[in-house]
Design a binder for this molecule. Sequence first.
Ligand code: HEC
Length: 137
Amino acid sequence: MFSMMLMLACGASETETIAPDATPDVVVEEPAVEEEAAAPADADNSAVVAKYTATCAPCHGETGAGDGAAAATLEPKPASFADASFWAEHDDAHVMKVIKEGGASVGKSPLMAPFGASFENDAEIEAMIAHMKTFQN
Ligand code: HEC
């Protein structure tokens, strides 16, 4: 009788020992990397886009292709920022100088007027140049 109980007890404890390991998979919470710095640039960008449309698009065109309403009467034609070769041939420092001091400052047409007074600082012009580059196709 006693040995029977012992066997049962033994059997029971064996069953427990063999029970599958129910440890759940460890879920590691990753930090939300995607939330990095999108908002401030976007907020700035709308002002830059508005400035481009008001100040540059009449000659350079809404999509930067050099085909604004005034372009027909201009010779030479306004530069096309949609043309990847423009960006291959002109670095940011050159473009910055043209925007600030006008075409004549780099040996280009004075029809490209100086627009330095339209910008608060170089950072604003850099933002404009970044916007102009988005026209590339
Ligand atoms: C009145 C028309 C007119 C407006 C407005 C105008 N541009 Fe231009 N832009 C021109 C013309 C014309 C040229 C071509 C000059 C040349 O090739 O000699 C030019 C050329 C340029 C060039 C290329 C210069 C180079 O070295 O090839 C840049 C950069 C430029 N413009 C930027 C701007 C920006 C930015 C604005 C707005 C802030 C603007 N332009 C507004 C007429 C205009």
